[in-house]
Ligand binder design. Structure first.
Ligand code: GLY
Length: 254
């Protein structure tokens, strides 16, 4: 069974962290409705959705991807680089403990889940404002007993590794090559985002279907032309909070 852990949108989302984006007004009721539509799409694609309650003291808590990684054998609670988000972790850890043994990264290493792209037993970890070399090393140390290898990837001009690339399946990585050093990914086939849509490299694969924001129609078309089934979802208000479609869920088999 594919499980998706999500968290209800906090009304405080208006005060979210922003790194590369200018603050724009967010229509919070619309953001909530869009998040419900996102959850409904995950359910339609076969995921059992477990929605955790909103954390009003944590504007970014809807983005459950960053405080944790869920692998086949264990879950890892990350040592988040964003200080204001560190309080999101405990209730998420409690929810994940129902499904996996929970490991915890230690300070002062820093890493966020949005910086980790998994391809089988290979994990690629972006070196970003939120993830440092010590975080990559710590994650590698924690997961080495389970047969995972962690490789660092240099990033530029974007928040997380998964702002710059996502694995679609079939050895193919959706990518904006301007935002990362591609050397570590050279064994994969690249599907470039449309030139006019630099932020379109964040896509979520749910039971073989690629979910991508409706804001990126040209890239959606390219993915479809590449032979992948695609579904689009309107998350325009959540995008204003510097998120993507991977950020709002933790997907794993249970
Ligand atoms: N607003 C998403 C983040 O900065 O983590």
């Amino acid at each position: 069974m594919l499980t998706a852990i999500t968290r209800a949108v906090s009304r405080s989302l208006l005060n979210c962290e922003l790194t590369w984006l200018e603050r724009e007004p967010i229509d919070i009721d619309r953001a909530i409705a869009q998040h419900h539509a996102y959850e409904a799409l995950l359910a339609e694609l076969g995921a059992h959705v477990i929605r955790l309650p909103a954390l009003e003291d944590h504007p970014d808590a809807v983005f459950v991807e960053d405080p944790a990684l869920v692998l086949d054998e264990v879950a890892v609670i990350t040592s988040m680089g964003c200080e204001s988000r560190r309080g999101e972790r405990e209730t998420l850890a409690a929810a994940l403990a129902e499904f996996r043994p929970v490991l915890r990264m230690r300070d002062p290493a820093r890493l966020e889940g949005g910086d980790v792209m998994r391809i089988g037993r290979e994990l690629y970890a972006g070196l970003s404002a939120r993830t440092d070399a010590a975080g990559v090393k710590e994650l590698a140390w924690l997961l080495q007993p389970y047969g995972y290898r962690v490789t660092a990837v240099e990033l530029r001009d974007c928040l997380h590794l998964k702002s710059a690339c996502s694995y679609l399946g079939n050895n193919t990585v959706l990518i904006n090559r301007k935002w990362l050093d591609t050397t570590a990914l050279r064994g994969y086939q690249f599907l470039d985002v449309a030139e006019s849509e630099p932020a379109a490299a964040n896509a979520l694969v749910v039971n073989g279907t690629v979910v991508i924001p409706s804001a990126w129609p040209a890239t959606a078309q390219k993915i479809e032309a590449g032979g992948f089934p695609v579904r689009v979802v309107d998350v325009t208000e959540l995008l204003k909070a510097e998120s993507g479609v991977t950020c709002s869920s933790l997907l794993f088999h249970s």
